[in-house]
Design a binder for this molecule. Structure first.
Ligand SMILES: [Fe+2]
Length: 260
């Protein structure tokens, strides 16, 4: 194994063999995710659904560490010709954390089954919200700490409803400050509305302006271009994530499970 640091955060492990039986143990990868927030394992062939499930069960094949949805624990992320929801369209996916309307998983596991065509968009973005909080000016931090965010969306895909969360939260495993910020989704394909409460309209505007700008800045945002076989682990409590729009039709196919 050959580890490298990603920019501005995250760890990349390049595997010397494409064989999946050479993968490091799940427990060792999860240990690295706690520290680095993103761990990318590159160089192994894509896993089948069954092998991905098996690998993510770690040392206990009888365990069920997965978040389950109507369709089960495995989601196949591919653009559809007739999408009901923007996730399955060619549109950008604004920043969010997974499970806000259902149950929040700890770790997201992505496996790239088919990589996007060159220069066709579809990069996945990760923003380290702890890093962003640590560099937020004190006056804005005090606004952040008073804010509650309410999200609403119609259930047209696998999620929906209304949820209210404090903007500033604590990571449930290590207690570090994290931001539970998701962008409003302005789309005709299952929009998500955002309402800010707890501060004056001016403070709400300043907060929104600051966050929507900084989450995309290179000091806080890791942009990942998928390669076939990439196995990527992301901390869903510390990070928010999104996707750049597709610029053309793309064969991009990402398989995903979520660990509780
Ligand atoms: Fe997501």
């Amino acid at each position: 194994m050959n580890p490298d640091m990603l920019t501005p955060f995250g760890l990349k492990i390049r595997m010397p063999s494409r064989r999946e039986d050479q993968l490091p143990s799940l427990a060792s990868v999860l240990q690295l995710v706690r520290h680095h927030r993103v761990v990318l394992i590159r160089g192994v062939d894509p896993l089948s659904r069954e092998r991905l499930i098996h690998y993510c069960k770690g040392s206990n094949p009888h365990s069920d560490p997965f978040l389950h949805w109507d369709f089960g624990p495995v989601m196949e992320l591919q653009a559809s010709a007739d999408p009901k929801n923007y996730l399955f369209s060619r549109e950008a996916v604004p920043f969010h954390w997974d499970g806000a309307f259902h149950r929040v998983p700890s770790i997201l596991v992505f496996n790239c089954i088919a990589e996007p065509a060159t220069d066709s968009g579809g990069e996945t973005l990760f923003c380290d919200t702890t890093r962003l909080w640590n560099q937020t000016p004190p006056l804005l931090r005090s606004s952040f700490s008073k804010i509650k965010l309410t999200y609403r969306t119609e259930r047209l895909a696998h999620y929906g409803g209304e949820v209210t969360v404090p903007l500033v939260n604590k990571h449930p495993h290590d207690g570090t400050p994290v931001l539970r910020f998701a962008e409003e989704v302005k789309t005709t394909l299952n929009p998500v509305s955002l309402n800010i409460s707890g501060v004056s309209p001016r403070e709400a505007f300043e907060t929104l302006d600051y966050l929507t700008t900084h989450i995309y800045q290179k000091d806080f945002c890791l942009e990942h271009q998928w390669q076939r076989g990439d196995l990527l682990f992301a901390d869903n409590h510390a990070l928010i994530h999104g996707r750049r729009a597709f610029l053309q039709n793309s064969p991009r196919h990402i398989r995903r499970v979520q660990l509780l």
